[in-house]
Design a protein around this ligand. Sequence first.
Ligand code: AMP
Length: 433
Amino acid sequence: MTAGNKRFQAVKGTRDLLPLETAVWAAVENVARRVFGLYGFGEIRTPIFEETELFARGVGESSDIVSKEMYSFVDRGGRNLTLRPENTASVVRAYVQHGMHALPQPVKLFYIGPQFRAENVQKGRYRQFHQIGAEWIGAGGTRADVEVIEMLWRFFVELGFADLTVRINTVGDRASRSRFRKELVSYLRPKILELSEDSQRRLLTNPLRILDSKDSRDHAALLGAPDLSDCMSEESVLFFNDVCGQLQNRGIHFVISPKLVRGLDYYTNTVFEIVSEGLGSQNAICGGGAYEGLVEELGGQPTYGVGFAIGEDRLIEVLPEATRAAMTPRGPVLLRALGSSIEVLAATAALAEELRAVGIPALDLGEETPQRTFAHADHRSSPAILILGEDELKTHCVTVRTTADRKQVTVDRSELVAMLSPPFGGAAGKREP
Ligand code: AMP
């Protein structure tokens, strides 16, 4: 191919979201904004890139993300920067930077935006993907964990999900975790050659992560391994029991998953995940947990934190059909001028403006052929085509062809808005569920 005619493609692992799809994304994000707002969370927008060291410290050097998935670069000023692979570290950085510890606690923040990881691309796994997440920072305790999970649950219920499972576990406080880490390493060290290549590496860097592996060789090696729960401090056990009890009281369905540890280094005590059966091996649509050391790690005072991140790409892939349909906007009403007289064209444009003024989306096609008007109507799912010619002008009428029944009627202009208003095709004809 010569230099002049190269056809560019979106980079592997990235994609364009086109209008019908973005409308669904925006509607899902609005549900998040509304539901999180109900719990007093405010939106934060952090930069797309940060100092590399923020993620190395905040996510953990030994995590898969930092060790092999970051998009890092040196900028023109010689700074080491990274496209954010997740948002919690940035939110906590902002909490510390803006002295939010001085505000009444907790500080409740949510975010919506793209994240970047150089992962193997497969169904449901991209290199630029999107997360909707929230962080409760300060004034922690079991109530914080429970409320965050409850908010998440409400969000999914409002999206019409019925088949989701909350998996929950505790990884214990820092002391319990390091006790367990030692025991697990001494159990697995003699079996190192039986582990998958990834887990052989993890044994040295992040052994807890082996529990989370999907590789059957690792499952076999783990049979008979020490149990995280045996290394748990009494406080951690009581804390976890309290969280589970409160969830039960609030009617949230969950299962305890003793092998759930989550990949990031900063979690302590409660960790959770929401899975959907529809997604196969990439079935997690949301992960979260509490973190006690992170604020301190990033330069603040020791502060409680708990949060989650929902994978928006996957969430939208498994959105219930009825929700998706309700979120897909109707197309605009089409207007076609019969003939090219200036009066008719001007009247058509003016009618389109009148409709928009009352919230009815209208697309003025000018003097378009019937065939191409029908093609537009098909492509845009338009509820109706309005036709205006000399006769209609004289009689103050409009000819309306409704798409659903393909019938054509001529109506007085004064009846038009009522005819096109919801539920027929007006802007308010479709609502969030
Ligand atoms: P994590 O930040 O790894 O806890 O991931 C939280 C959620 O983000 C996961 O449950 C996924 O739904 C989603 N996610 C993580 N990585 C990707 C990716 N590469 N592509 C699409 N979604 C992802």
